[in-house]
Design a protein around this ligand. Structure first.
Ligand SMILES: Cc1cc2nc3c(=O)[nH]c(=O)nc-3n(C[C@H](O)[C@H](O)[C@H](O)COP(=O)(O)OP(=O)(O)OC[C@H]3O[C@@H](n4cnc5c(N)ncnc54)[C@H](O)[C@@H]3O)c2cc1C
Length: 298
Protein backbone atom coordinates (compact mmCIF):
# COMPACT_ATOMS: atom_id res chain seq x y z
CA UNK A 1 0.00 0.00 0.00
CA UNK A 2 0.97 3.62 -0.53
CA UNK A 3 1.89 6.06 2.22
CA UNK A 4 3.59 5.88 5.57
CA UNK A 5 4.01 2.55 7.35
CA UNK A 6 2.13 3.72 10.43
CA UNK A 7 1.42 0.19 11.66
CA UNK A 8 5.14 -0.47 12.06
CA UNK A 9 5.64 2.98 13.59
CA UNK A 10 2.92 2.30 16.18
CA UNK A 11 4.23 -1.17 16.96
CA UNK A 12 7.72 0.20 17.52
CA UNK A 13 6.62 3.26 19.45
CA UNK A 14 6.23 1.59 22.86
CA UNK A 15 2.96 3.40 23.45
CA UNK A 16 4.33 6.90 22.84
CA UNK A 17 2.15 7.62 19.78
CA UNK A 18 -1.29 6.50 20.86
CA UNK A 19 -3.38 3.83 22.51
CA UNK A 20 -4.33 0.95 20.25
CA UNK A 21 -7.95 0.08 20.92
CA UNK A 22 -8.60 -2.46 18.18
CA UNK A 23 -6.32 -4.90 16.41
CA UNK A 24 -7.18 -7.06 13.40
CA UNK A 25 -4.98 -10.12 13.21
CA UNK A 26 -4.52 -12.74 10.55
CA UNK A 27 -5.04 -16.21 12.00
CA UNK A 28 -2.47 -18.69 10.78
CA UNK A 29 -3.31 -22.40 10.67
CA UNK A 30 -1.43 -24.52 13.19
CA UNK A 31 1.44 -26.36 11.54
CA UNK A 32 0.61 -29.92 10.52
CA UNK A 33 3.69 -31.34 12.16
CA UNK A 34 6.40 -30.28 14.61
CA UNK A 35 9.76 -31.89 15.30
CA UNK A 36 12.06 -31.00 18.17
CA UNK A 37 15.65 -31.92 18.88
CA UNK A 38 18.22 -31.00 21.47
CA UNK A 39 21.95 -30.98 20.73
CA UNK A 40 24.69 -30.91 23.35
CA UNK A 41 28.02 -29.21 22.61
CA UNK A 42 31.38 -29.10 24.35
CA UNK A 43 31.90 -25.48 23.39
CA UNK A 44 29.58 -22.54 22.94
CA UNK A 45 31.49 -21.70 19.79
CA UNK A 46 30.47 -25.02 18.18
CA UNK A 47 26.85 -24.32 19.11
CA UNK A 48 26.88 -20.79 17.73
CA UNK A 49 28.57 -21.95 14.52
CA UNK A 50 25.83 -24.54 14.16
CA UNK A 51 23.21 -21.78 14.34
CA UNK A 52 24.93 -19.79 11.58
CA UNK A 53 25.38 -23.00 9.58
CA UNK A 54 21.71 -24.02 9.81
CA UNK A 55 20.43 -20.60 8.77
CA UNK A 56 23.14 -20.29 6.12
CA UNK A 57 21.92 -23.58 4.63
CA UNK A 58 18.52 -21.98 4.09
CA UNK A 59 16.68 -23.84 6.87
CA UNK A 60 14.49 -21.52 8.96
CA UNK A 61 13.46 -23.43 12.09
CA UNK A 62 10.50 -22.22 14.16
CA UNK A 63 12.95 -21.91 17.07
CA UNK A 64 16.64 -22.25 17.77
CA UNK A 65 17.24 -21.62 21.45
CA UNK A 66 20.59 -21.83 23.18
CA UNK A 67 21.55 -22.09 26.82
CA UNK A 68 25.16 -21.97 27.96
CA UNK A 69 27.11 -24.12 30.41
CA UNK A 70 26.48 -21.87 33.41
CA UNK A 71 22.75 -22.06 32.77
CA UNK A 72 22.87 -25.83 32.14
CA UNK A 73 24.44 -26.38 35.55
CA UNK A 74 21.85 -24.15 37.25
CA UNK A 75 19.01 -26.02 35.51
CA UNK A 76 20.49 -29.38 36.51
CA UNK A 77 20.92 -28.32 40.12
CA UNK A 78 17.29 -27.20 40.25
CA UNK A 79 15.46 -29.73 38.07
CA UNK A 80 17.79 -32.64 37.34
CA UNK A 81 16.77 -32.95 33.71
CA UNK A 82 19.74 -35.09 32.73
CA UNK A 83 21.91 -32.64 30.82
CA UNK A 84 25.67 -33.26 31.00
CA UNK A 85 27.25 -30.94 33.56
CA UNK A 86 30.46 -30.57 31.59
CA UNK A 87 28.70 -29.36 28.41
CA UNK A 88 29.22 -25.75 27.43
CA UNK A 89 26.06 -25.25 25.37
CA UNK A 90 22.78 -26.84 24.44
CA UNK A 91 20.76 -26.00 21.34
CA UNK A 92 17.06 -26.67 21.20
CA UNK A 93 15.83 -26.71 17.63
CA UNK A 94 12.22 -26.95 16.53
CA UNK A 95 10.92 -27.16 12.98
CA UNK A 96 7.32 -27.20 11.85
CA UNK A 97 5.36 -27.33 8.62
CA UNK A 98 3.63 -29.90 6.39
CA UNK A 99 4.04 -33.56 7.39
CA UNK A 100 5.64 -34.38 4.08
CA UNK A 101 9.38 -33.98 4.44
CA UNK A 102 9.45 -33.01 8.12
CA UNK A 103 11.24 -36.18 9.27
CA UNK A 104 13.88 -35.68 6.61
CA UNK A 105 14.31 -32.08 7.77
CA UNK A 106 14.71 -33.22 11.36
CA UNK A 107 17.34 -35.76 10.33
CA UNK A 108 19.14 -33.13 8.31
CA UNK A 109 19.28 -30.85 11.36
CA UNK A 110 20.54 -33.69 13.56
CA UNK A 111 23.26 -34.43 10.99
CA UNK A 112 24.12 -30.75 10.84
CA UNK A 113 24.56 -30.57 14.61
CA UNK A 114 26.84 -33.58 14.54
CA UNK A 115 28.83 -32.17 11.66
CA UNK A 116 29.41 -28.99 13.71
CA UNK A 117 30.62 -31.02 16.69
CA UNK A 118 27.56 -31.94 18.78
CA UNK A 119 28.52 -34.72 21.15
CA UNK A 120 24.94 -35.87 21.52
CA UNK A 121 21.64 -35.21 19.75
CA UNK A 122 18.33 -36.08 21.39
CA UNK A 123 15.24 -36.31 19.22
CA UNK A 124 11.74 -36.03 20.68
CA UNK A 125 9.61 -38.98 19.59
CA UNK A 126 6.34 -37.71 21.02
CA UNK A 127 4.68 -34.74 22.72
CA UNK A 128 5.91 -35.76 26.18
CA UNK A 129 9.50 -36.02 24.99
CA UNK A 130 9.13 -32.66 23.26
CA UNK A 131 7.96 -31.09 26.54
CA UNK A 132 10.92 -32.73 28.32
CA UNK A 133 13.39 -31.24 25.85
CA UNK A 134 11.83 -27.78 26.20
CA UNK A 135 12.01 -28.02 29.97
CA UNK A 136 15.70 -27.08 30.01
CA UNK A 137 14.94 -23.83 28.18
CA UNK A 138 11.72 -22.99 29.95
CA UNK A 139 13.11 -23.43 33.44
CA UNK A 140 16.39 -21.64 32.72
CA UNK A 141 15.63 -18.18 34.10
CA UNK A 142 14.08 -19.45 37.32
CA UNK A 143 17.02 -21.79 37.89
CA UNK A 144 19.45 -18.87 37.88
CA UNK A 145 18.27 -18.11 41.42
CA UNK A 146 20.52 -21.01 42.41
CA UNK A 147 23.55 -19.01 41.35
CA UNK A 148 22.89 -15.50 42.60
CA UNK A 149 20.12 -13.56 44.33
CA UNK A 150 19.80 -11.08 41.43
CA UNK A 151 20.22 -11.08 37.71
CA UNK A 152 20.09 -8.28 35.18
CA UNK A 153 18.82 -9.50 31.83
CA UNK A 154 20.12 -7.79 28.70
CA UNK A 155 18.46 -7.95 25.31
CA UNK A 156 20.83 -7.20 22.43
CA UNK A 157 20.57 -8.52 18.89
CA UNK A 158 23.38 -9.39 16.49
CA UNK A 159 23.59 -10.84 12.99
CA UNK A 160 23.56 -14.62 13.54
CA UNK A 161 26.88 -15.00 11.75
CA UNK A 162 28.45 -12.81 14.46
CA UNK A 163 27.27 -14.98 17.37
CA UNK A 164 30.59 -16.85 17.87
CA UNK A 165 32.58 -13.59 17.94
CA UNK A 166 30.09 -11.74 20.14
CA UNK A 167 29.89 -14.52 22.73
CA UNK A 168 33.67 -14.61 22.89
CA UNK A 169 33.87 -10.83 23.37
CA UNK A 170 31.13 -11.00 25.95
CA UNK A 171 33.34 -13.33 28.00
CA UNK A 172 36.04 -10.68 27.97
CA UNK A 173 33.50 -8.09 29.18
CA UNK A 174 32.44 -10.43 32.01
CA UNK A 175 36.08 -10.78 33.09
CA UNK A 176 36.70 -7.04 32.86
CA UNK A 177 33.79 -6.27 35.21
CA UNK A 178 34.28 -9.36 37.35
CA UNK A 179 30.75 -10.64 36.78
CA UNK A 180 29.29 -14.01 35.82
CA UNK A 181 27.05 -14.13 32.78
CA UNK A 182 24.54 -16.91 32.16
CA UNK A 183 23.41 -16.92 28.55
CA UNK A 184 19.95 -17.79 27.32
CA UNK A 185 19.62 -16.93 23.65
CA UNK A 186 16.91 -16.89 21.03
CA UNK A 187 19.89 -17.85 18.90
CA UNK A 188 17.91 -18.35 15.71
CA UNK A 189 17.02 -14.64 15.81
CA UNK A 190 20.47 -13.52 16.97
CA UNK A 191 18.74 -12.28 20.14
CA UNK A 192 21.07 -12.43 23.14
CA UNK A 193 19.81 -12.59 26.69
CA UNK A 194 22.95 -12.40 28.79
CA UNK A 195 21.83 -12.66 32.40
CA UNK A 196 24.40 -10.82 34.47
CA UNK A 197 24.36 -12.40 37.90
CA UNK A 198 24.95 -10.31 41.00
CA UNK A 199 24.15 -9.69 44.61
CA UNK A 200 22.47 -6.29 44.96
CA UNK A 201 23.57 -6.13 48.61
CA UNK A 202 27.21 -5.96 47.54
CA UNK A 203 28.38 -2.37 47.29
CA UNK A 204 29.11 -1.30 43.71
CA UNK A 205 27.81 -4.57 42.23
CA UNK A 206 24.85 -3.02 40.41
CA UNK A 207 27.08 -0.32 38.95
CA UNK A 208 29.49 -2.94 37.54
CA UNK A 209 26.58 -4.95 36.17
CA UNK A 210 25.12 -1.92 34.41
CA UNK A 211 28.49 -1.02 32.92
CA UNK A 212 28.96 -4.59 31.68
CA UNK A 213 25.43 -4.49 30.21
CA UNK A 214 26.18 -1.21 28.44
CA UNK A 215 29.36 -2.62 26.94
CA UNK A 216 27.50 -5.67 25.68
CA UNK A 217 24.98 -3.43 23.93
CA UNK A 218 27.77 -1.37 22.38
CA UNK A 219 29.33 -4.61 21.15
CA UNK A 220 26.01 -5.61 19.57
CA UNK A 221 25.74 -2.29 17.74
CA UNK A 222 29.41 -2.44 16.66
CA UNK A 223 28.84 -5.73 14.84
CA UNK A 224 25.75 -4.43 13.05
CA UNK A 225 23.11 -5.40 15.61
CA UNK A 226 20.77 -3.46 17.83
CA UNK A 227 20.06 -2.68 21.49
CA UNK A 228 16.80 -4.54 21.97
CA UNK A 229 15.21 -7.60 20.44
CA UNK A 230 11.98 -7.78 22.38
CA UNK A 231 12.16 -5.94 25.70
CA UNK A 232 12.12 -2.45 24.20
CA UNK A 233 13.94 0.77 25.04
CA UNK A 234 11.72 2.24 27.74
CA UNK A 235 13.78 4.28 30.19
CA UNK A 236 16.51 1.77 30.67
CA UNK A 237 18.04 2.07 27.23
CA UNK A 238 17.58 5.79 26.59
CA UNK A 239 21.32 6.32 26.95
CA UNK A 240 22.05 3.72 24.30
CA UNK A 241 19.80 5.12 21.57
CA UNK A 242 22.61 7.42 20.31
CA UNK A 243 24.79 4.32 19.81
CA UNK A 244 22.30 3.20 17.23
CA UNK A 245 20.90 6.41 15.79
CA UNK A 246 22.47 9.68 14.75
CA UNK A 247 21.01 12.92 16.08
CA UNK A 248 19.18 13.48 12.79
CA UNK A 249 17.47 10.06 13.13
CA UNK A 250 16.45 10.78 16.71
CA UNK A 251 15.14 14.20 15.68
CA UNK A 252 13.05 12.59 12.94
CA UNK A 253 11.56 10.14 15.46
CA UNK A 254 10.81 13.00 17.86
CA UNK A 255 9.11 14.92 15.04
CA UNK A 256 6.90 11.93 14.29
CA UNK A 257 5.96 11.64 17.97
CA UNK A 258 5.20 15.36 18.19
CA UNK A 259 3.11 15.25 15.01
CA UNK A 260 0.92 12.45 16.36
CA UNK A 261 1.05 13.01 20.12
CA UNK A 262 2.16 16.63 20.61
CA UNK A 263 1.41 16.78 24.34
CA UNK A 264 3.77 13.84 25.01
CA UNK A 265 1.50 12.48 27.69
CA UNK A 266 1.46 9.00 26.18
CA UNK A 267 4.01 6.84 27.97
CA UNK A 268 6.03 10.01 28.63
CA UNK A 269 9.82 10.16 28.80
CA UNK A 270 10.33 6.81 27.08
CA UNK A 271 12.41 5.82 24.08
CA UNK A 272 13.78 9.17 22.91
CA UNK A 273 16.64 10.62 24.94
CA UNK A 274 16.38 14.16 23.62
CA UNK A 275 13.71 16.81 23.78
CA UNK A 276 12.27 15.61 27.04
CA UNK A 277 14.25 16.33 30.17
CA UNK A 278 11.94 14.29 32.36
CA UNK A 279 13.43 11.21 30.69
CA UNK A 280 16.80 12.09 32.14
CA UNK A 281 15.32 12.55 35.61
CA UNK A 282 13.21 9.41 35.52
CA UNK A 283 16.02 7.12 34.51
CA UNK A 284 17.96 8.04 37.63
CA UNK A 285 15.35 5.91 39.40
CA UNK A 286 16.47 2.78 37.56
CA UNK A 287 18.69 1.37 40.33
CA UNK A 288 15.83 1.64 42.83
CA UNK A 289 13.45 0.11 40.31
CA UNK A 290 15.74 -2.89 39.82
CA UNK A 291 16.00 -3.27 43.57
CA UNK A 292 12.18 -3.18 43.69
CA UNK A 293 12.04 -0.02 45.79
CA UNK A 294 10.17 2.26 43.46
CA UNK A 295 7.25 1.84 41.15
CA UNK A 296 8.64 3.01 37.82
CA UNK A 297 7.63 1.59 34.47
CA UNK A 298 10.67 0.47 32.54
C1 LIG B 1 11.97 -12.02 31.50
C2 LIG B 1 11.34 -11.65 30.17
C3 LIG B 1 11.26 -12.62 29.18
C4 LIG B 1 10.71 -12.31 27.95
N1 LIG B 1 10.64 -13.26 26.98
C5 LIG B 1 10.12 -12.96 25.78
C6 LIG B 1 10.03 -13.93 24.74
O1 LIG B 1 10.46 -15.08 24.91
N2 LIG B 1 9.50 -13.56 23.54
C7 LIG B 1 9.03 -12.28 23.33
O2 LIG B 1 8.54 -11.97 22.24
N3 LIG B 1 9.10 -11.36 24.29
C8 LIG B 1 9.63 -11.66 25.49
N4 LIG B 1 9.70 -10.70 26.46
C9 LIG B 1 9.26 -9.34 26.15
C10 LIG B 1 7.77 -9.14 26.38
O3 LIG B 1 7.04 -9.96 25.54
C11 LIG B 1 7.49 -7.69 26.07
O4 LIG B 1 8.05 -6.95 27.11
C12 LIG B 1 6.01 -7.38 25.91
O5 LIG B 1 5.88 -6.08 25.44
C13 LIG B 1 5.27 -7.51 27.21
O6 LIG B 1 3.89 -7.19 27.01
P1 LIG B 1 3.02 -6.57 28.19
O7 LIG B 1 1.64 -6.46 27.64
O8 LIG B 1 3.26 -7.34 29.44
O9 LIG B 1 3.76 -5.19 28.38
P2 LIG B 1 3.27 -3.73 28.58
O10 LIG B 1 4.30 -3.17 29.45
O11 LIG B 1 1.83 -3.63 28.96
O12 LIG B 1 3.39 -3.07 27.15
C14 LIG B 1 4.57 -3.08 26.40
C15 LIG B 1 4.64 -1.78 25.60
O13 LIG B 1 3.48 -1.62 24.77
C16 LIG B 1 2.82 -0.38 25.04
N5 LIG B 1 1.37 -0.62 25.04
C17 LIG B 1 0.68 -1.41 25.89
N6 LIG B 1 -0.63 -1.38 25.60
C18 LIG B 1 -0.78 -0.54 24.54
C19 LIG B 1 -1.90 -0.08 23.77
N7 LIG B 1 -3.14 -0.47 23.99
N8 LIG B 1 -1.65 0.79 22.75
C20 LIG B 1 -0.39 1.21 22.48
N9 LIG B 1 0.69 0.80 23.16
C21 LIG B 1 0.50 -0.06 24.17
C22 LIG B 1 3.31 0.08 26.39
O14 LIG B 1 3.35 1.48 26.45
C23 LIG B 1 4.70 -0.53 26.49
O15 LIG B 1 5.66 0.34 25.97
C24 LIG B 1 10.22 -11.00 27.71
C25 LIG B 1 10.28 -10.03 28.71
C26 LIG B 1 10.85 -10.35 29.92
C27 LIG B 1 10.91 -9.28 31.00
Amino acid sequence: EQGYDLVAAFIGSEGTLGIITKILVRIMPLPEATRTLLAVFNTIEQASRTVSGVIGAGVIPAAIEMIDGTTIRAVEAAYNIGLPLDADAVLLIEVDGPKAGIDELQQMLADFCQEYGAREVRIAKNEQERADLWKARKTALGALGRLAPNYYIQDGVVPRSKLPYVLQQQDAIAKKYNVTIANVLHAGDGNLHPNILFDAREEGALERVKQAGGEILKLCVDVGGTISGEHGVGLEKLDYMPLLFQQADLDAQAKLRDAIAPTRILNPCKMLPQGSKCGEAAKSKLPQAIAGNVDVWI
